[in-house]
Design a protein. Structure first.
Length: 521
C-alpha cells in the first residue's frame, strides 16, 4: 500500500493537479479566519492554564474564553457579504452559516457565565474544559458550513469527541461517567451507520459533494437502496439533534452531564445539526419535489424529514409528561423542539432563499435564549437546594419572586405563549408549513404544543400553587445569579414584542451551494 501511495504521489498528473489546486486552497484561508482563530484560542487557553496558579485558573481561563469568543464573533461578522466556497467546494461561507455561527458563539458565551455560576467546578483547573469547548465549537462551525459528506463526517466527529469528555468532566460523579459512556456508545453506533450509508453514495458515483445528491439518486436508481442509504446517512445528523430514532442517548446524557454542558449541548449541538440538515435536504430536494408526498425521483427527502419531524415532536412531548427530574424534562423538551424546527427543514426548498429556512434560523435563535435561561435557573436552584427534582421547586415563585418570574418567562416561551419570542418563533414555523401544503404537520405541531402545556404548566403549578414543606432550606441567590437570569429573560419578552429587526436579519439568510461533480463523472 505504501508503495502504491508513493507511486501515485510521483505521478506527474497527480503532482500537476495538486499544484493547480494549491493557490485555491491558499486563497481559501482568508475566508477561514474564524475557524483558524478558534484553533489558536483552544491552544492558547491550554498554554495559559499551564502557567497559572490553581486559584486563578477558573477565572482567568473563563475570561480568556469569553474574550476569545467575542473576537471570533467579530471575525464572523467581518466577512458578511463575502459569500464563496472554500477548499475546493467542501465548505461554504454564506449568510446562513454566519447567522448560525453567531448563535453558536452566543450560546457558548452564555455557557461561560453558567459555568461561573455552577458550584461543582469551584477549585478546579478549567483550561482543559474550555479548550474542549472551543474545539467543539470549531467542529460546529464546520457543520453549518459543510457542503461535502467527508467534511460533514469530520465536523460531526470533532464535535462528538470533545463532547464525550465534557459530559464526563466531573470524574467523581458516577452519573456523569455513566452518561459519558452512553454518549460514546451511541455516538460510535451513529458514526458507523452514517459511514455505511455514505459508502453507498460514494461507491456508485465517486463523489461526496452535497450538490451531487440528485445525481447520486439517479445513479443508485433502486428505490430501496436509496432509502436505506439516506436513512443510514441521516443517523449521524439525527444523533446530533436527538431526532427520532437517534434520540435514546439524550435524556440520560443531559441528566448526568454537568448542567452548564447540558445547557450548551441542548442549544449549540442542535443549532449545528439542524443547520447541517438544512444544507443536505436543500441539496437533495431536486431529486424529489417539495410537494407533500411528492413522488418525483426515487425518494422524497422532504416527506422523510416531515415524517421524522412528526415522530420526534410527538415522542419528545409525550415522554416529557412523565418526568420528575427537571433536567430530564428539559431533555425530552429539547427533542420535541428539534421536531418543531424540522418542519422548517422539510420546507428548505430548492432555492437559496426560502421561508422554511428563515423560520429555522429565527426559531433556533429564540430557542437558544429560552433554553439557556431555563438551565440557568436549574443551576441556581441546584446550587441553593442540592436538588434537580421538580418537587423541590415548591413555592419557588413566592420564596424568590425574581428567579421564579424568570423561570416562568422561559417556560411560557418554550410553550409558545404570547407575547414571548417563542410564540413568534412558532408562528414563523407554522405559516410556511401550512403554505407549503403540510397542513397535517402543522395541526400535529399544534396538538403537540397543547401537550407540552401539561409538563411546563406542571412546573409552574409546583412553583406558584404548592407550598414549600416545613423546614425547607432557604433559597439564597447572589446578585450575579439574579442578573444572569434576568438578562436572559428580558430578550424573551423583548423579541416577542419587537421582533422586526431579527426578522429583517433572518430575511437575508441564504445558502450557497458550491460543490460540483468532478470532471469525467
Amino acid at each position: 500500500m505504501l508503495a502504491a501511495l508513493l507511486q501515485a504521489a510521483a505521478d506527474p498528473k497527480v503532482v500537476a493537479d495538486f499544484e493547480r489546486q494549491v493557490p485555491e486552497i491558499t486563497k481559501s484561508l482568508s475566508g477561514y479566519a474564524p475557524e483558524v482563530a478558534l484553533s489558536g484560542l483552544a491552544c492558547l487557553i491550554l498554554l495559559v492554564d499551564l502557567v497559572l496558579p490553581l486559584r486563578l485558573s477558573r477565572a482567568v481561563t473563563g475570561v480568556l474564553t469569553l474574550l476569545g469568543l467575542v473576537a471570533v464573533g467579530v471575525l464572523v461578522w467581518k466577512f458578511v457579504g463575502a459569500e464563496r466556497g472554500l477548499f475546493l467546494g467542501m465548505v461554504a461561507t454564506d449568510n446562513f452559516a454566519r447567522f448560525l455561527k453567531l448563535v453558536i458563539l452566543g450560546g457558548t458565551a452564555a455557557t461561560v457565565l453558567l459555568t461561573a455560576l455552577h458550584d461543582d467546578f469551584r477549585g478546579w483547573r478549567m483550561g482543559e474544559y474550555w479548550s474542549l469547548v472551543v474545539a467543539s465549537v470549531l467542529g460546529m462551525f464546520l457543520m453549518v458550513s459543510a457542503t461535502d459528506f467527508l467534511m460533514m463526517y469530520i465536523a460531526i466527529e470533532a464535535v462528538s469527541i470533545a463532547s464525550f469528555v465534557l459530559v464526563g468532566y466531573t470524574r467523581s460523579d458516577r452519573r456523569a461517567s455513566e452518561a459519558s459512556l452512553k454518549y460514546v456508545v451511541y455516538g460510535a453506533m451513529a458514526s458507523g451507520l452514517m459511514l455505511y450509508g455514505l459508502s453507498f453514495f460514494y461507491a456508485m458515483t465517486g463523489t461526496t459533494a452535497f450538490a451531487d445528491l440528485p445525481l447520486m439518486m439517479e445513479r443508485l436508481g433502486d428505490r430501496t437502496a436509496v432509502a436505506a442509504a439516506a436513512l443510514l446517512a441521516f443517523a449521524g445528523i439525527g444523533y446530533k439533534i436527538a431526532a427520532v430514532p437517534m434520540h435514546f442517548w439524550c435524556p440520560d446524557v443531559y441528566e448526568g452531564a454537568p448542567t452548564p454542558i447540558t445547557a450548551w449541548l441542548s442549544v449549540t449541538s442542535k443549532v449545528a445539526g439542524l443547520g447541517l440538515l438544512v444544507r443536505v435536504v436543500q441539496a437533495a430536494v431536486p431529486a424529489a419535489p417539495a410537494a407533500p408526498g411528492g413522488s418525483g425521483g426515487v425518494l422524497s427527502w422532504t416527506a422523510l424529514v416531515a415524517a421524522l419531524s412528526a415522530a420526534t415532536m410527538t415522542l419528545g412531548n409525550l415522554s416529557a409528561l412523565a418526568q420528575t427530574n427537571v433536567k430530564r424534562m428539559l431533555a425530552y423538551s429539547s427533542i420535541a423542539h428539534a421536531g418543531y424546527v424540522m418542519m422548517g427543514v422539510a420546507l428548505a426548498g430548492t432555492t437559496q432563499v426560502h421561508p422554511g429556512m428563515q423560520a429555522v434560523a429565527f426559531y433556533l435563535l429564540v430557542y437558544a435564549i429560552m433554553n439557556l435561561g431555563a438551565f440557568a435557573v436549574v443551576i441556581l436552584v441546584r446550587n441553593a437546594s442540592g436538588s434537580e427534582e421538580i418537587a423541590d421547586y415548591k413555592g419557588l415563585g413566592w420564596r424568590h419572586p425574581v428567579i421564579g418570574a424568570a423561570f416562568a418567562v422561559f417556560l411560557f416561551g418554550l410553550i409558545g405563549v404570547p407575547p414571548t419570542a417563542g410564540f413568534v418563533g412558532k408562528v414563523y414555523l407554522f405559516l410556511p408549513t401550512i403554505e407549503g401544503g403540510y397542513v397535517w404537520l402543522a395541526v400535529l405541531a399544534a396538538v403537540n404544543t397543547a401537550i407540552s402545556v401539561g409538563y411546563y404548566a406542571g412546573v409552574l403549578k409546583v412553583m406558584y400553587l404548592d407550598q414549600a414543606p416545613e423546614g425547607a432550606p432557604a433559597l439564597r441567590f447572589g446578585k450575579p445569579a439574579m442578573a444572569t437570569a434576568v438578562a436572559l429573560a428580558v430578550p424573551v419578552i423583548v423579541l416577542g414584542l419587537f421582533f422586526t429587526p431579527i426578522s429583517e436579519a433572518v430575511a437575508k439568510v441564504r445558502t450557497l451551494q458550491t460543490a460540483t461533480l468532478p470532471e469525467g463523472r
